[in-house]
Design a protein around this ligand. Structure first.
Ligand SMILES: Cc1ncc(COP(=O)(O)O)c(C=O)c1O
Length: 392
């Protein structure tokens, strides 16, 4: 039996120790200095000016889309047909309209030409997902969006440390667009158990996101001049309880931040190991049977992708059966849920969107899956997994 779980040992002994030590010496558990320190350290690691720690990647998606609605108004957001559900539900919940585009097999992200063709005067932003650690951006797409003044939001929840070459320089994804989202859920490149981050260089967007994280409260705005100005505008209100917009409570806690701060120094090493595992896997897979032409430049693999080259239901059933019998955990459709336009909540919200209009996403939906990749995954197991798939 191969026995490969989706994730192993993402919260280790030294994280538990750090948490116990913290609990023994603190009286403050709600968002405070540990959260602020984690945000500073994360910004430094990513290469951005501001980061806002929240309780999940889905919450990061939600308040990002709400903040866009506050600043740019509601409109169309271009989204990929392969992504996580919260990338679409956040768009809907914030009152925008998702406009779906198909994906490119080489990185499982939005097809560049389809994105450019989908832009209209109603477009508010392109919400790009870097899927499973592949860089989803091209230099041309980034340049075109900049030229056309279209806001780029990056979802890097599955792609911590993935690199994108821009202007001859290497940048981490999530530091390229106007804002970005990360997840620290258990199976990700690093974990705070549950957690997420909104990142941006834009000072005003940062202020909005801070307020949206905490009920829309003015006192959460980090700029004292804005707090003073707004308090003067609303003299009948207590400045401590002035609610500027409909917000949520999606704060995290000091405990989660302590785990994140302990994990962050190990992140680069974990990324290197995940990257090597992915290269070994792709090199050893039969390229006539499985898709192996991924653009691996800058990748920081989240999970290993098995994608049939041809539509073959019988072979795919055998792949699934074999993985089950070898106790290899897997998820069909790669980034959770496959072709999003097939999901009930999308079909109800957008009955005119036809799932068959996204043939690449549909191929991944029916003939793609991922299996776990984590730093401790033994090279021998990866080779045996490939042999097993190759001989089916
Ligand atoms: C691309 C993407 N966006 C958003 C999320 C949501 O993150 P979370 O599970 O932390 O809510 C995920 C979840 O894994 C994801 O893969």
């Amino acid at each position: 039996m191969l026995d490969i779980p989706l994730m192993q040992d993402n919260i280790v002994e030294e994280d538990k120790r750090a948490l116990i030590d913290f609990l023994e010496q603190t009286d403050r558990f709600t968002q405070g200095p540990q959260v602020r320190a984690f945000e500073r350290e994360w910004s430094e690691w990513l290469g951005c000016r501001h980061s806002v720690f929240v309780n999940s990647g889905a919450s990061a998606n939600l308040i990002t889309m709400m903040a866009l609605a506050e600043t740019l108004g509601k409109g169309e957001i271009i989204v990929p047909a392969i992504t996580w559900s919260s990338d679409i539900s956040s768009v809907l919940l914030a009152g925008h309209t998702p406009v779906f585009v198909d994906i490119d097999f080489k990185n499982l992200a939005m097809d560049e030409n389809e994105v450019l063709n989908a832009i209209s005067e109603r477009t508010k932003a392109v919400f790009l997902t870097h899927v499973l650690g592949f860089n989803g951006l091209t230099e041309n797409l980034e340049l075109e969006l900049r030229k056309r003044g279209v806001v780029l939001i990056e979802d890097a929840c599955e792609s911590h440390g993935t690199r994108f070459a821009r202007d001859g320089r290497d940048a981490k994804v999530g530091s390229v667009g106007f804002a970005s989202n990360f997840s620290f859920y258990y199976a990700h490149h690093m974990s705070t158990v549950e957690g997420g981050m909104v990142c941006t260089d834009d000072g005003e967007f940062y202020q909005l996101v801070c307020m949206l994280r905490s009920h829309g409260m003015l006192r959460e705005n980090p700029d004292p001049a804005v707090r003073e100005l707004e308090s003067a505008r609303w003299p009948d209100l207590n400045p401590e309880f002035t609610f500027m917009m409909p917000g949520f409570n999606v704060r995290s806690s000091e405990m989660n931040a302590v785990i994140g701060r302990k994990q962050l120094p190990r992140l680069d090493n974990a990324i290197r190991q995940r990257r090597e595992n992915c290269e070994l896997f792709v090199e050893n897979l039969r390229s006539d049977r499985y898709f192996t032409d991924f653009d691996l430049r800058g990748q920081s693999n989240y999970a290993l992708v098995t994608l049939l080259r041809e539509a073959d239901s019988e072979l795919f059933a055998r792949v699934c059966e074999k993985l089950r019998s070898e106790n290899v955990e897997f998820r069909r459709g790669t980034a959770g849920g496959g072709n999003m336009t097939r999901q009930p909540f999308v079909r109800r919200a957008l009955p005119d969107v036809c799932p068959e209009s996204f043939p690449h996403a549909d191929h991944v939906h029916s003939f793609g899956l991922y299996t776990g990749n984590y730093p401790g995954l033994e090279k021998g197991k990866i080779e045996r997994l490939c042999t097993l798939l190759n001989t089916l």
